[in-house]
Ligand binder design. Sequence first.
Ligand code: MGD
Ligand code: MGD
Ligand code: SF4
Ligand code: MO
Length: 754
Amino acid sequence: MGTDAAGTTATDDTKTHHRACPLCEACCGLEITTKGDKVVRIRGDMNDPYSKGFICPKGSALKQLHEDPDRLTSPRIRTEDGWKEATWDEAFEEIERRLGPIVGQHGRQALGTVLGNPTVHNLGGLLYGRSVLNAVGSTNIFSASTVDQMPKHVSAGLMWGRPDLFPLPDLDRTDYLLMLGANPYVSNGSLLTVPDFPGRLEALRKRGTFVVVDPRRTKTAENATEHLTIVPGTDSYWLMALINTLFAEGLVDVGRLAPHVSGVDQVQELTAVYTPESVADRCGIDAATTRRIARELAAAPTAAVYGRMGTHTVEFGTITSWATDVLNVLTGNLDKPGGIMFNCAPTQNLTPSSPGGRGFKLGRWTGRASGRPEAKGELPAATLAEEITTPGEGAIKALFVLACNPVRSFPNSNRIDQAMQELDLLVVVDPYVTATARHAHVILPPTSALERSHYDFGFEANMIRSFAKYSPAIFETDGLSEEQILSRLALVIQGQPIDTDPVVVHNMMMGQIVDQELSRDSSPIHGRDKAEIFEELAPWEWSEQIIDFRLRVGQHGDGFGANPAGLTLRKLIDEYPSGADFGPLVQRFPDAIKTVSGTVELAPQPIIDDLARHTAAFEALGQANEQLLLIGRRQLKTVNSWMHNLNVLIKGKTDCTLQVHPDDASRLGLIDGRSAQVQSRVGMVVAPVEVTDEVMPGVVCLPHGWGYDEAGIEMYTAKTKPGVNSNALTDDAALDVLSGNCALNAIPVEVTAS
Ligand SMILES: Nc1nc2c(c(=O)[nH]1)N[C@H]1C(S)=C(S)[C@@H](COP(=O)(O)OP(=O)(O)OC[C@H]3O[C@@H](n4cnc5c(=O)[nH]c(N)nc54)[C@H](O)[C@@H]3O)O[C@H]1N2
Ligand SMILES: Nc1nc2c(c(=O)[nH]1)N[C@H]1C(S)=C(S)[C@@H](COP(=O)(O)OP(=O)(O)OC[C@H]3O[C@@H](n4cnc5c(=O)[nH]c(N)nc54)[C@H](O)[C@@H]3O)O[C@H]1N2
Ligand code: SF4
Ligand SMILES: [Mo]
């Protein structure tokens, strides 16, 4: 028995490896046993100080994912006679061949990039996707962020000047959690990386209170202290009524941060019309309950209000996100242990600073087709199709899709499906021939998750502990890793010769990262010789070099000699194979506030402007909702538009059903197990009906990501239970104007028996 690199213990050819699961934001520690080139067992890593052995059914399915025969291992090229398996050189040559004339004729603005959710879960995508964006060089940048959390970026940007500084409920220490539009018993958390979210909620319920606001009685709602159903799309009104109550009852107490908060009086005016009585019928929550919740929030020693998907993917996503954090501020819970806090990850080393900065700007440019403003450098995903199909200068002719399946994940996806077929070049980086990839001219499949190393740069800032963990690759491969694919792709897009060594892309990026750090006054390596730093990084290559560098200049790092006992990648691997925990969240305000005023802005102008639209919608809504509203439903055993191809996960009862409340079912003549036709403004699907009082009356619920029956999709296990694509129904015209985020919930639909 011996120990080799990465804390891997070995008996003959049986080895135990420790790594983080890359499938969702929880980043659970896994213990993976292999024998030769086979995975023997995957279980939760009891020694991981953050996840403590927690695992969900997807984590152990990494074995089946790795072994899936439908997963591509070599590139595909479209020819006149159909698909051809190609070498990597052939694939990049084909991209070069098609791209040249497009750039020659239309310029770089005719190129576009789409980044999908798994980009954040794989280090290659996260670090080297940027080089593809830079090479493309157009403003046609789209990502899953505008079908997801862009409202949170925008409200954080407007309120504290930091669009990437997400407010985190201090889950392990809070006394009171008000959670809206999130279902962590299934999703395991979002914009909040907390492995074993359910276990932590159970602990909270024992010591305090946890209230769930959701139109559906989810597993999370079932386990809560209290569940309030709410009419989809109306959370903003209800949150405003809570704020209104705090003012009306003299319960506002900003606390420690009071000198650093502006706009309190304006908020009082802005919320004046939203009394608990005025919102009651529209939201479906009576005034007495609203007042009680406001009082409970104010009275709790510590409290946190947390809203996610269900509150962000609606037409007033940014206002909802803003109102959530206004409540956190007005109850004195912002940046307070047990309230809402911000992380300081091990790879960070904060520059001492005083509050104030450049702030956050929206709409620096607009989309060409319908003039939608950018947010955080991105155009709305909902405008992808129109940016391809609207003729004229700047129309997208070549699209690079990295780890994304817009034909299933973006709203009005049938329109995107059509638009994809108009492209002169579609390059998809994906391990599967998905609904999107089937339209590609070239598919570039990355290596499997077990064949690459990992570090969660994408989620460390969302953790409620300061935590470092390195995951070594488990298997060797002759496939191309994502970092190599994206670097080669960047070079081809730049117009570099096909045989250029992709390491130049890495070296250039590394040079910039090091330069930036050397010039930072408070850096432990400030003023040092660059060559000397590179020499110390020489044992590592590619992503590992970046990880080592960031750990060493980070707050616990060895500072390249300044603090010899400090952290390095080598030390993390040798001494902390299951991860290193550096403690709970710490207070970061007021220093971290980077608005122009240097204060937390409770009434930023763009929000005030959008509140006019909000009030108009509130009045138009009238006293009650007549129309059936469609909401989504995440499922434990699948991830968005993939993972349906693994029999271990989809076997048993098919869950792609339209949930309908018994009252609505009898009114509409719908029968459990039979089909219903669901019609929205943009599309129609036929789905099996599940009559259940899990959903509130007036609401129907369909999961997303399904729909494998169409020709060309090569996921043959998924095809045995194809399900229907809910994004045939979601409306690309229903947008949160401020953030460009689409509405995926509260979609008006008509349902008839079929
Ligand atoms: N109706 C409705 N639509 C939704 C949602 C909803 O709740 N309701 N949720 C939205 C949300 S929150 C999100 S984030 C988006 C997600 O939507 P997408 O961004 O499309 O992400 P996924 O469907 O998770 O995966 C996209 C593709 O990545 C591929 N992939 C997996 N691992 C890797 C990898 O390591 N490298 C590469 N290159 N590819 C990989 C998968 O095979 C899959 O085809 O969907 C959104 N769409
Ligand atoms: N198993 C699994 N885990 C996942 C994913 C997955 O696909 N599968 N996807 C990952 C991704 S990309 C993300 S972004 C996260 C998302 O994780 P969460 O934010 O927890 O999102 P959901 O599970 O979609 O839960 C959203 C909840 O909002 C409710 N809802 C819908 N409309 C409204 C509304 O108007 N108001 C209120 N208050 N509630 C509403 C829905 O009923 C649902 O229960 O999950 C991640 N984890
Ligand atoms: S909860 Fe998420 S990170 Fe944890 S094992 Fe499941 S899929 Fe992996
Ligand atoms: Mo997401």
